[in-house]
Design a binder for this molecule. Sequence first.
Ligand SMILES: Cc1cc2nc3c(=O)[nH]c(=O)nc-3n(C[C@H](O)[C@H](O)[C@H](O)COP(=O)(O)OP(=O)(O)OC[C@H]3O[C@@H](n4cnc5c(N)ncnc54)[C@H](O)[C@@H]3O)c2cc1C
Length: 439
Amino acid sequence: MLHFDLFVIGFGKAGKTLAAKMASQGKKVGLAEQDPAMYGGTCINIGCIPTKTLIRAAEENQSFSQVMAEKNAVTGRLNKKNYAMLEGAGVTLFDAQVRFQSNKVLTLTAGDDQQEVTAEIIIINTGAISNQLPIPGLLESEHVYDSTGIQGLSELPQRLGVLGAGPIGLEFASLYNRLGSQVTILDAAETFLPRSEESLAQMAKGYLEEDGIQIHLGVQTQSITNTSDGKVSLDTNAGTFEFDALLYATGRKPNTQNLGLENTDIQLTDRGAIQVDAHCQTTVPQVFAVGDVNGGPQFTYISLDDFRIVYNYLEGDGSYTLDNRKHIPNAIFMQPTLAQVGLTEAQAQAANLPYKAKEMPVAGMPRGHVDGDLRGAFKAIVNTETKEILGASILSHNAQEIINLITMAMDNHIPYTYLAQQIFTHPTLAENLNDLFNL
Ligand SMILES: Cc1cc2nc3c(=O)[nH]c(=O)nc-3n(C[C@H](O)[C@H](O)[C@H](O)COP(=O)(O)OP(=O)(O)OC[C@H]3O[C@@H](n4cnc5c(N)ncnc54)[C@H](O)[C@@H]3O)c2cc1C
């Protein structure tokens, strides 16, 4: 039986970073990935990178086949680079699906071949899979795709339906609208982006609609079928909708299937994630679960932060934990991007905090005029007593960059009054933080 110091299941962000780091320190490290098309994990192959490449290429008015070709070139390159990086670091790589046989014994299956492996430390980094709502016909109907399938289309659908107005649904809606599809979004919730800053969410909805995207809220889909001419038909409480293709983007759930966890003492949470302590350690000592599979926020940078926590536990003093993780910003890459950190005004109000809020339109910002994109607004919420920033939401092009500045200020308890006086380069979107925090 092969024995390793550390063995990683799945080629995710946390696991690959830890594998490279430990191998470079002389540890005997193995990593197994079940699908060669996934070397480097979800982010590189079917997540952040292909989607943002598609969006950027579409913004340059490239054709459908050109944007797809460019996306395939970028993911192909990064897939190979990730494999080479781990190989170069001395990690033993396996093309195999992994299953626990017991707490510390793994079975690696590759076609008809099976082998057993043990390790002192095991890292579960198997990611998440698309949630499939129990709608009759969802899985049986043709031209119905999840976020991975929709990236493999060979023809642009004339009419695209998007089930789910979350970050993934909105990104693809914006993208396919830009590429020329007639896009319709259906969501069961009554409110658009219910957890976002209300005024900016409404503004974002308005921009999507101005761009020609139809948004129907409060829609319950009862069944999905194919018509005799091959269209996708949705029967809902708001009537029947017909599309050439349907994307379902109704969340992603921790990928624990086929891991054989029933053969171990590893516990799941009531939401189906692998239960971990503050060091990302499972209920079996020296077995860790990192990234989407442990039920934390589903972002590549959270998987990377899980790496920091586990590495700090294994090789440092264990002082950095899930409990003292700082603010987590996020970005929804629709047109324009909505990026957020901390509290919304409604949340500050509900928490009874002494706060002030300010909102400024991008139309009043010099950089907006230079870039020829006047859509959006910046909004900040500050604590009037402590002078700390409670939260911010930015709806604008490049919002995903600016939010990191505000996050840094919040993490380091920099008072908002400092940002009001900070010297910024000009003309930039960031310089408007002077005025935003002058409240
Ligand atoms: C369309 C889309 C867009 C996204 N956009 C963004 C974005 O802009 N920014 C952002 O931060 N996040 C984004 N995300 C989320 C982000 O991709 C994930 O949070 C992140 O990749 C999770 O990484 P991970 O470390 O959990 O593992 P993953 O990268 O998901 O890797 C898990 C790997 O494990 C393998 N595996 C599973 N089971 C086994 C097994 N039994 N044996 C062997 N191998 C196995 C899988 O094949 C997979 O390669 C997006 C996700 C999607 C789907």
